[in-house]
Design a protein around this ligand. Structure first.
Ligand SMILES: [Zn+2]
Length: 271
């Protein structure tokens, strides 16, 4: 049924059928034009708001892990508590990394207790992630920073007299699933390389820091299925937490540059 106020009525003089077809086509045409205009406007707006070019990869997520939290205070000094200091550092590092174009998620953003497995799960949920755990040491030369990668336990040697054939027959069947405690193993070399890159950058801004990273049994990295490192700033014994929190900006820059370099070497086949 036509309405006397229909905008296309005046142009319909042949028949109701032709009029209906014409009205429908016109409405569809206008709708298509409107959609096209909207699309062009959205694209233009997106182009204007595009972040500055950076080494960040579109799929890469940097998982920042402020260690400890809740009942787990970490190291305690007279004026500083590790769980609080690392959270403040992480928030600043996040802001700076995002400003440089990186996508960042945090394992906690308040004073809550998060288990090791839940922290690892944040990284493991992303197909392309790097995991960076932030700590403040209880001792050590103030103003220095150390980077650690997870040192894997040596494989258990086979029992005397075990042959390759019967060792294979005694092994559990392959399921294709990653054992939670072994999740870091395939990323061992990548984690070591990322840790060295970050440590090298930190050595330039925190004098007295080592120039290469250290391997250690870091429980918080063991279940992460991604390149993973722990950074430890020294120390909670400083007279004011401000000096620790001030390390966030240079930390962020060192992380950003190292992750960029890491991505480049990884994409060129150095993985
Ligand atoms: Zn710690």
């Amino acid at each position: 049924m036509r309405s006397p106020t229909h905008p296309f009525d005046a142009r319909c003089a042949i028949s109701d059928i032709l009029c209906a077809v014409r009205n429908t086509l016109s409405a569809r045409t206008l709708f298509a034009i409107a959609l096209a205009c909207l699309f062009v406007n959205v694209c233009a707006a997106s182009a204007q708001q595009a972040p500055p070019p950076s080494l960040a990869s579109p799929g890469l997520v940097i998982v920042l892990d402020p260690a400890h939290g809740g009942t787990d205070t970490g190291a305690r000094g007279e004026t500083s508590v590790e769980k609080d200091v690392v959270l403040q550092i992480a928030r600043t590092v996040r802001t700076e990394l995002e400003r440089q174009g990186y996508r960042v998620v945090m394992t906690r953003n308040d004073d809550s207790y998060v288990s090791y497995d839940d922290r690892a799960a944040v990284a493991n949920a992303h197909p392309e992630a790097v995991f960076i755990s932030l700590h403040v040491s209880s001792t050590g030369t103030s103003g220095t920073a150390r980077v650690y990668y997870h040192q894997l336990a040596a494989p258990i040697p086979p029992a005397p007299g075990t042959t390759a054939a019967n060792a294979k027959s005694q092994a559990p069947p392959a399921t294709g699933l990653t054992v939670w405690e072994e999740a870091q193993r395939p990323y061992s070399d990548a984690s070591h390389r990322l840790a060295d890159l970050i440590q090298s950058g930190l050595a330039q801004v925190f004098s007295g820091s080592p120039v290469t990273a250290s391997g250690a049994a870091v429980r918080g990295l063991r279940s992460v299925a991604a390149p993973a490192v722990a950074i430890e700033v020294s120390s909670v014994s400083v007279s004011s937490a401000d000096s620790l929190i001030a390390t966030a900006a240079p930390l962020a820059n060192a992380i950003a540059q190292a992750v960029g370099a890491f991505r480049q070497t990884s994409s060129s086949g150095a993985r």
